[in-house]
Ligand binder design. Structure first.
Ligand SMILES: [Mg+2]
Length: 188
C-alpha cells in the first residue's frame, strides 16, 4: 500500500480522482494502518477488485486475509459495493459482507459514483465518512465516488484482465493519463 499523496502543499488540493493509497492487490492492503487511521468500515468493490472476470468465487487467500483482518482489528462491518446488478450472494457470504448494489429512485438508476449511492451506504452502516475506506479498481466509480463522499480511498490494480467494454472505451488509458498528469503537476 503506497501513499497517493506524493506531496502535500496548501496550494495544490488533491483532485477527487486521486486515491489516498495505491495497492497492487487485496493482499497488499495494510489493514493495521487503516485501523490506526480510525477506519471502522471496510467497503470493497467486486468486479476486478475481489474477483476476476468469469471467476465465481472469492480467492481463498483474499478471503482469509480479509476475514482475519476484520477479526484482528475489530472492524465493525465489511461491505461489497458494486455496480453489478446480478446476484452476488456467494461473494458476500464468503466475507459475511453487506451488499450494496444499484437501485432505482423513480426513473433514475442510482449507482457508483453518485452521491445517493454512497449516502445509502453511510446511512445503513450508521457510519461517518471518515470511518470508511473504499477499495476498488476504478478511478471514477470507486475513487472519485469515495473521495466525494469523504471516505478514505484505495485504488487496487485490476484483478486479471479488463472487461471488453473497458478495453473498447480505453478506460485504463484514460485513468492512467489523469493520474500521471496530476503527479507531474505535483512534482514540479
Ligand atoms: Mg471494479
Amino acid at each position: 500500500m503506497r501513499e497517493g499523496k506524493l506531496i502535500k502543499t496548501k496550494l495544490l488540493r488533491r483532485p477527487k480522482i486521486v486515491p489516498d493509497y495505491f495497492s497492487d492487490n487485496i493482499l497488499d492492503i495494510d489493514f493495521a494502518r487503516l485501523s490506526e487511521l480510525g477506519i471502522k468500515h471496510i467497503i470493497i468493490d467486486l468486479d476486478l477488485t475481489l474477483k476476476k472476470k468469469l471467476q465465481w468465487h472469492v480467492d481463498p487467500r483474499d478471503k482469509k486475509y480479509i476475514n482475519d483482518a476484520v477479526k484482528k482489528y475489530s472492524f465493525k462491518s465489511i461491505s461489497i459495493a458494486t455496480n453489478n446488478m446480478l446476484r452476488i450472494g456467494r461473494y458476500a457470504e464468503a466475507l459475511e459482507a453487506n451488499v450494496f448494489q444499484p437501485f432505482w429512485v423513480k426513473w433514475k438508476l442510482v449507482r457508483k459514483p453518485s452521491k445517493g449511492y454512497f449516502d445509502k451506504i453511510l446511512k445503513q452502516l450508521k457510519a461517518k465518512p471518515r470511518e470508511c475506506v473504499i477499495i476498488g479498481d476504478k478511478l471514477k466509480s470507486d475513487v472519485y465516488g469515495g473521495n466525494s463522499a469523504g471516505m478514505l480511498t484505495i485504488l487496487v490494480k485490476a484483478k486479471g484482465g479488463d472487461y471488453w467494454y473497458d478495453r473498447v472505451l480505453f478506460t485504463r488509458m484514460r485513468e492512467h493519463r489523469v493520474l500521471s498528469k496530476y503527479f507531474k503537476k505535483s512534482s514540479r
